[in-house]
Ligand binder design. Structure first.
Ligand code: GLC
Length: 563
């Protein structure tokens, strides 16, 4: 059945949309190479349509040496042969459109690959016209321009002996930062973005975008890493002026096409929220990473923290309240850079089907744009690896080394990776219980989670009360005629905050009111509220137990009530 096209009377069609992130390498292989491809995505569009989503965020598919799995682009206007061809891409856009699904590309603007022609030219000489596309500082081989450390470990500078210069990279050396002070660079990037818009994509998820602003003096910061370096993050959070660049970017590209944009923004100054996502903000929306950041320890995954429920609830509510009169945040439980949310945000006793449905509900009905990540809808979990060799991710490998250097045993270092590795979310999609989970007929590029025989789409299709079917109902509820306006524009306010293990909030619009109540506790909970008296249950992962104004919730139970 065709879905109604969303009206565009407010800020954009995207305000009431539900998005789904695809990590193409791990979604569906059709060629037996062990790597997912565009044709594979096309073959699963019906599945996505049935799930009820409106937009797909596609992690990078452009030509890349894959040092950072596509976030090191060597040609922005070519599809990596590993994923297929530009014809496949056009077919994907067209096929998705038929199903009222928009395609959102991943846009990596802070850096490109060291194999991009721009950087290969830049390396030739200081006089080469592309040299100034990147950020260089003179010096000798023993003294980097400052003591900054990159996001993935090691110095943020790499020396090029034949030039007698260092170049700057906030990520790995194969991802040189581009020089956003050079108007020619901007022209190249703007032209490329507009070229993609002309192809019919609906917009972009914009990678590491706040990182484009550098402090060109490159001062030294106090070391904060175990390696004695100061993370580039210190510069990112203290430097000013990114807004002008972002407005210029918007004016020359997105605004011309009314494109939807979602920024990946860490370390933003809080008072800039409006500048980022307000009415004339730099982006349509940006991800809310506030609860993810709660795990951050003082340097290194091995020092990361377990998230206490209280902090989780307070932080989530704070983000919601802060953005209420400003704009929309994009809500996630997990993405390709994060471990699986169920293993992170749910207490151990709730890391089961009930708990996953509860977490999904709490997240989906918040104010803001829900972004699901592939596999979340079937309850995929972190994947146990037997050794560090089983990991692919560069970041995981450097975090493992860091932990060993800090004196942890191999077992302990591996445990930190098990909890926080980005590969936890990158293992192949689990379609069925055939070999390699129906993802490939070849050898998968990354291990398939051994739990695929019990956690897979085919099985959950058949099970009435599966997580998959629950997500279908949840999305349908969010987008239903009756409640779409409320979930999109409705007010948000926390309720029952005095209950120590209950996460509950109210969404309301005019006379309409919906309450979402989730029990994160290990024991049943009994709560009294006048609201329960003559309410109607819209969704639950268990049986509703209400007598007069008393609601009883089983552990990990969620209820969505209205009246
Ligand atoms: C973003 C991407 C991540 C990548 C990094 C460098 O954070 O999400 O996967 O490694 O940028 O491009």
């Amino acid at each position: 059945m065709a879905k109604p096209v969303l009206d565009k009377t407010k800020r954009g069609w995207w305000e009431s949309a539900v998005f789904y992130q695809i990590y193409p390498k791990s979604f569906q292989d059709t060629t037996g190479t062990g790597v997912g491809d565009l044709k594979g995505i096309i073959s699963r569009l019906d599945y996505l349509e049935k799930l009820g989503i409106d937009g797909i965020w596609l992690s990078p598919v452009c030509a890349s040496p894959q040092v950072d799995n596509g976030y090191d682009v060597s040609d922005y206007c070519a599809i990596d042969p590993m994923f297929g061809t530009m014809e496949d891409m056009d077919a994907l856009i067209a096929e998705a459109k038929k199903r009222n699904i928009s395609i959102i590309m991943d846009l990596v603007l802070n850096h490109c690959s060291d194999q991009h022609i721009w950087f290969r030219e830049a390396l030739k000489s200081r006089e080469n016209p592309y040299h100034d596309y990147f950020i260089w500082r003179d010096g000798d081989a023993s003294t980097p321009p400052n003591d900054m450390g990159s996001v993935f470990g090691g110095p943020a500078w790499t020396y090029v002996p034949h030039l007698g210069q260092w170049y700057f990279h906030q990520f790995v050396p194969q991802q040189p930062d581009m020089n956003w002070e050079n108007p020619k660079v901007l022209q190249e990037l703007y032209t490329m973005i507009n070229w993609w818009m002309e192809k019919g994509v609906a917009g972009f998820r914009i990678d590491a975008i706040i990182n484009i602003q550098k402090d060109l003096d490159f001062p030294s910061y106090a070391p904060d890493g175990a390696d004695g370096l100061a993370s580039v993050v210190r510069m990112v959070e203290s430097v000013n002026g990114v807004g002008e660049k972002l407005q210029d970017l918007k004016k020359n590209t997105f605004a011309k096409y009314d494109a939807f944009t979602v920024g990946e923004v860490f370390n933003m100054k809080r008072e800039e929220l409006e500048a980022f996502v307000g009415e004339n903000g730099h982006f349509s929306t940006m991800f809310d990473f506030s609860v993810n950041c709660l795990s951050d320890g003082p340097g290194g995954w091995y020092r990361n923290k377990t998230i206490a429920f209280d902090d989780f609830r307070r932080t989530l509510f704070q983000s919601q309240m802060e953005c209420l009169d400003i704009g929309f945040l994009a809500n996630i439980i997990e993405n390709h850079d994060e471990p699986r949310g169920s293993s992170r945000f749910l207490p151990e006793y709730a890391q089961n089907e009930m708990g996953m449905k509860m977490l999904g509900t709490v997240s989906m009905l918040l104010r803001g744009l829900p972004f699901l990540y592939q596999g979340q809808e079937i309850g995929m979990t972190n994947c146990p690896m037997n050794s560090v060799e089983e990991y692919n991710d560069i970041n995981t490998k450097s975090e493992y080394r860091l932990a060993l250097e800090a004196g942890l045993s191999e077992e302990e270092a591996l445990e930190a990776c098990y909890r926080f590795s980005r590969d936890n979310a990158r293992t192949p999609m689990q379609w069925d219980d055939s070999p390699h989970a129906g993802f490939t007929t070849g050898i998968p590029w990354l291990k398939v989670n051994p739990n695929y025989t019990s956690v897979n789409v085919a099985l959950q299709e058949k099970k009435e009360d599966s997580i998959l079917n629950f997500y279908r109902k949840l999305i349908a509820l969010r987008k239903s005629e009756e409640f779409r306006e409320l979930f999109t524009y409705g007010d948000f306010h926390p309720v029952l905050e005095e209950e120590t293990e209950i996460l509950a909030y109210c969404r309301s619009l005019g006379q309409k009111k919906v309450m979402v109540i989730a029990n994160f506790g290990k024991e049943s909970a009994v709560i009294s509220d006048d609201f329960f008296g003559d309410c109607r249950c819209l969704l639950t992962n268990d049986t509703v137990r209400i007598s007069e104004n008393r609601l009883t919730l089983a552990p990990a139970q969620v209820v969505v009530l209205t009246k």
